[in-house]
Ligand binder design. Structure first.
Ligand code: URA
Length: 433
């Protein structure tokens, strides 16, 4: 087989078979196929697309390019959850303890944040003492004992994806549905769960800007799941504005605690309940989604899953006292209100810009190697649909430096205030099963 012939085949719109796709993925991972040929191949996929069958072959080859985690020593149906990325998206921190409370084993590998989006692992690391690296034995025993453990992704998980994603980033081939779907699902398959709930975000702060694209991505991933016996459900949820009120690591832990106590914001709580309900259903605890939802709502209202959150923190070396005393979490030295310059209804909060603003305060990384300041971030005091008067606080910046003028200017651009009351924002667009 010659790579040039396979590029030609894809360029002409023909489908590749399993052996051809494996040849490409294995050859590229081993360094036998150079970047320039892989770039041409990725661009051909970008233009010509892939059939469902090709996308599944690509996903499986990528999943098997490195370690495939064996979770068979954990009893029960292991359920994972993945979000395509958002700003203020702390849903994993809320739904994982809720699912564990119901006895669904959560053996989760999560990522770090980059650019305008945050990462679950960084958020957990803001808890004093919390260890995100566990040995395989510690990981399995924590899940068997507490039904929950969340660790950083193993270095050798889907190395083909790591290499291809870096190449896509510099060859303008990230925004291709088969490439995004195979990238996400390859890592999920390699992570070893039995079922997964995908949260596909749509809106200003998301990869997918239209419902049509979000639906196509969700359907592609659900289909890959079906082809590999990974029970997969996708929710399409809104990212028209940051989720909840907090953006930034320790702030997002505090807000997650509020939701687990039944004291969270309505939008964040609603998305968390929807995702958690599908997780406990896939985990075999309920047959119908209505039953699952009613049970999850009850647990959120009563705050019962907070004890599961505490034991999860303690089992990974963190200080569980932060749950009752959130003031023990890192905080910032300065709190600066950004006030409205006009009067009217808040009609837009650009989630991506708010994510960048939080990153500039130090809550995120511009480059992979950048350090993180866990205590800094942004609290939204207004959300879409609220009214603002001149001089009223739109949000509060939590910073460890006084000079944040450039961040204030960026944040002010992210808020759009008009004299028209906007329509209510949609939270859950649809569910793809
Ligand atoms: N997230 C991934 O893991 N891969 C993509 O291609 C896009 C988002």
């Amino acid at each position: 087989m010659r790579m040039v012939d396979l590029i030609q085949k894809k360029k002409s719109g023909s489908s590749l078979n399993k052996e051809e796709i494996e040849f490409i993925v294995n050859g590229y991972t081993a360094g036998d196929i150079p970047d320039y040929q892989m770039s041409a191949f990725l661009m051909a996929i970008h233009w010509k697309g892939m059939t469902d069958e090709e996308t599944s072959y690509l996903t499986l080859s990528m999943a098997h390019s490195g370690d495939v985690i064996d979770l068979s020593a954990i009893e029960g149906i292991k359920v994972d959850k993945h979000s395509t990325g958002g700003v203020g998206d702390k849903i994993s921190l809320i739904v994982a303890p809720i699912a564990a409370y119901f006895g669904v084993p959560i053996a989760k590998m999560s990522g770090r944040g980059l650019g305008h989006t945050g990462g679950t692992i960084d958020k957990l690391e803001s808890i004093p003492g919390f260890r995100v690296e566990l040995s395989k034995e510690e990981f399995i025993s924590a899940v068997n004992l507490h039904k929950i453990a969340i660790v950083g992704q193993s270095g050798n998980l889907a190395p083909a994806d790591k290499k291809m994603y870096a190449l896509r980033d510099v060859t303008a081939t990230v925004d291709s549905i088969p490439l995004i779907a195979s990238s996400i699902m390859s890592k999920k398959i390699a992570s070893g769960a039995d079922a997964i709930v995908l949260d596909v975000k749509i809106g200003s702060g998301a990869f997918m800007k239209s419902q049509e694209d979000a639906r196509a991505l969700a359907a592609t991933m659900v289909n890959i799941g079906k082809n590999v016996q990974l029970n997969t459900i996708a929710l399409i949820t809104g990212m028209e504005q940051p989720l909840g009120r907090e953006i930034g690591n320790a702030g997002e832990i505090r807000e997650s605690i509020d939701v687990l106590r039944g004291q969270g914001d309505a939008d964040l709580t609603e998305v968390a309940i929807s995702v958690a309900a599908y997780m406990v259903m896939l985990g075999g605890k309920f047959t119908h989604i209505e039953e699952a939802r009613a049970a999850v709502e009850k647990v959120v209202r009563s705050g019962d899953a907070i004890e599961t959150f505490k034991s999860f923190i303690a089992s990974q070396g963190g200080d569980p006292m932060v749950v009752d005393h959130p003031e023990l979490l890192p905080s910032a030295a300065f709190h600066i209100d950004v006030v409205s310059q006009v009067e009217g209804y808040l009609t837009e909060i650009d989630a991506e810009q708010m994510g960048i603003a939080a990153m500039l305060l130090g809550a995120g990384r511009a480059r992979k190697e950048d350090p993180i300041d866990y205590g800094v971030g942004i609290t939204l005091n207004k959300k879409i649909g609220d009214t603002a008067a001149i001089g009223e606080s739109l949000c509060t910046l939590h910073a460890n430096r006084e000079d944040v003028q450039s961040v204030i200017e960026l944040v002010l651009q992210a808020f759009r205030i008009t004299d028209h009351k906007p329509e209510a924002v949609r939270l859950i667009y649809e569910v793809i099963i």
